[in-house]
Design a protein around this ligand. Structure first.
Ligand code: UD1
Ligand code: UDP
Length: 375
């Protein structure tokens, strides 16, 4: 019996790892051990509930306003005990969080093989996204199997000298997750209210979905983003901004300070992933600095303005689904207004193809693991 241990800790890792766990659990020759660091607590639990996954180990490390050093030290300390006890044959991690990087180090110290899902994305800027660019690079340096979502990500790894024998283009597992969530039933009070209003006024109500949480956007960049969002609502009628606010206290505080009390802006708690995916599908425009949202939204034919200067997901920009607008207040405002008023520009973005996968990434990953262990 081959033992595979998955380790993840934040909301996006969980959303992208749960489909892989479901696929691994179908294999009779493999034992799947689910370890969570709980770098996120409530936002992780929302995903585990949605996908019905009960972890075997929960390191429960989250602290209010945790530092990068807190996360790194706690993951290394606590995961080491679990790995020593379970002695897995392979540890699987996902993406670019500090949980991912620290778990990679634990795998290395214990001489356990490491599989890196969503490998090879690069901005080539050490500090953007921070600390994710370096987290992903360090994990890539330690990994034995690299699962790349796109051909571009594979090329990035090849250009760093990694062997093509260990690199597999699988698609992104977030598209696998979408196949499940979008089928599940859904209702949300804010959306229900908006649809009621549409019925009553006989006027189409448009929805702008906002998410923002990147460390490099905390502070003045986020002030610019929120100022632009307020201005958008002043320019257009029958428009609603829905903002599920990340639980980071810095974002909670600033959004309350700048955006509460505006009748067109709905500040709501983080949504469970099923509701969030449905909301994405109903949105007219998405403003985000999230990685996962950049990959999902093109599946719903909703244009995305990326609130960052650089993205490690250039495929969506090339396909036309994403536009990089950075964090300049005026650029965000004028680009959003243009899309919301110019049908031709809007349709061009909305009709772009999703380059991030076909919903079968997890199957491909499990197949590679089986081949690796000659099962
Ligand atoms: C983390 C990841 C980032 C990822 C993001 C997804 C790192 C360094 N950052 O950033 O790559 O894009 O998650 O959302 O790995 N909090 C709660 N409850 C929760 C989650 C967070 O209260 O469920 C609060 C806590 O006070 C915590 C703070 O948010 O200290 C920040 O969380 P943290 O994981 O350190 O950073 P994120 O910005 O969420
Ligand atoms: N998401 C969610 N609820 C929300 C906001 C986002 O379930 O209220 C999901 C979203 O569908 C995507 C993921 O969380 O799959 C993105 O997470 P986040 O933006 O926190 O992190 P990133 O992808 O930037 O690392």
């Amino acid at each position: 019996m081959i033992k595979i241990m998955t380790v993840f800790g934040t909301r996006p890792e969980a959303i992208k790892m749960c489909p892989v766990i479901s696929e691994l659990k179908k294999e009779v020759q493999m034992k799947t051990i689910v370890s969570v660091t709980a770098q996120h607590r409530q936002m992780l639990d929302q995903v585990l509930t949605a996908f019905n996954i009960i972890p075997d180990y929960d390191l429960n490390i989250m602290k209010n306003k945790q530092s990068l050093v807190d996360i790194t030290c706690n993951v290394i300390n606590h995961l080491d005990d679990v790995v020593k006890k379970e002695k897995p044959d392979l540890i699987l991690v996902h993406g670019d969080t500090t949980t991912t990087m620290a778990s990679g180090i634990v795998a290395f110290y214990n001489k356990v093989a490491l599989g890196h899902i969503e490998a090879g994305l690069r901005t080539n800027d050490k500090y953007a996204p921070f600390p994710e660019e370096m987290n992903r690079r360090i994990t890539g340096t330690l990994a034995d199997l690299h699962f790349c979502p796109t051909e571009q990500a594979k090329q990035n790894l090849l250009s760093e000298g990694k062997s093509s024998k260990n690199i597999f283009v699988t698609g992104n597992t977030v598209i696998d997750a979408l196949q499940q969530t979008i089928k599940a039933p859904f209702s949300h009070p804010v959306l229900d209210d908006i649809f009621q209003m549409e019925k009553k006024t006989q006027k189409k109500q448009r929805i702008v979905l906002l998410t923002t949480h990147r460390r490099e956007n905390l502070g003045s960049n986020m002030v610019n983003i929120f100022s632009a969002v307020k201005q958008i609502t002043e320019h257009l009628d029958n428009l609603h901004v829905i903002f599920p606010v990340h639980l980071n206290p810095a974002i909670q505080n600033l959004s309350n300070e700048m955006l509460s009390g505006n009748r067109s802006i709905h500040l709501i708690p983080p949504l469970d992933v099923i509701s969030f995916h449905h909301l994405e599908s109903r949105a007219d425009l998405i403003l985000t600095d999230s990685g996962g949202v950049q990959e999902e939204a093109p599946s719903f034919n909703v244009p995305v303005l990326v609130l960052r200067d650089r993205t490690e997901r250039p495929e969506g920009v090339t396909s036309g689904a994403l536009k990089l607008v950075g964090t300049d207040q005026n650029v965000i405002l004028t680009t959003a207004l243009d899309l919301l008023t110019n049908k031709e520009h809007y349709n061009k973005m909305a009709n772009s193809k999703n380059p991030y996968g076909d919903g079968h990434a997890s199957e491909r990953i499990v197949k590679v693991i089986k081949n690796h262990f000659q099962l």
